[in-house]
Design a protein around this ligand. Sequence first.
Ligand SMILES: [Zn+2]
Ligand SMILES: [Zn+2]
Length: 212
Amino acid sequence: MSEEPCCKVSRIVNKYDLSPGRQETDIDSYLRSRWLGSTEYPETPLRDLVAWFNQSILRTVYAEAGRKTLEPQIETEYNALTGNDDDDRQLVLDDLQANGIDGSQLRTDFISTATLHRHLTTCLEVKKPPANTDSNWEEKKLDYTFQIVEENVQEILQSWENSGVIPNATETEIATRLYLECPICSAQVDIKTARQRGYICKHLSEPDSDEQ
Ligand SMILES: [Zn+2]
Ligand SMILES: [Zn+2]
């Protein structure tokens, strides 16, 4: 690993000696295959890859510190470390401290969706086929939309950080959500949840009932 790291992603891979946990491949090939989808892996959205990457950091550090590396625990603590609940985050930070783990450093080392996107497209020159050539184009377009939002917000945060408006603004994770609202009862549902369950609200679940 004497090569100069291309960006934060490689720097963190080197720092924690991260690997996909399967003997056949290095982490860049693994990320590329999962992002594009391959015979071995279903196509995986960037945000899931980011969560996987960052949780790999936790797994590595926990193992070294003799802390339990149960999957559900790692996921819960990762969500607390990256979430908006100050109390939850402090609880985990204190608990990590008790194991001699510097949780603030981990948070700084977590990568963002924008960072991984840059690593894949710029450092690795991975080209994703245009979004609307297959049957799944809507979800890809949605992910792309989130990416653009996150990249723009990242720029804004950088500016606020530079000018001291919000200290350490770029160290946050940006969670983009898009809600659809029922015009009758104002209930809101995450667009992805609506897609998964196949309706927006019970008021809109039978499309033709009003017209008949
Ligand atoms: Zn890179
Ligand atoms: Zn409703």
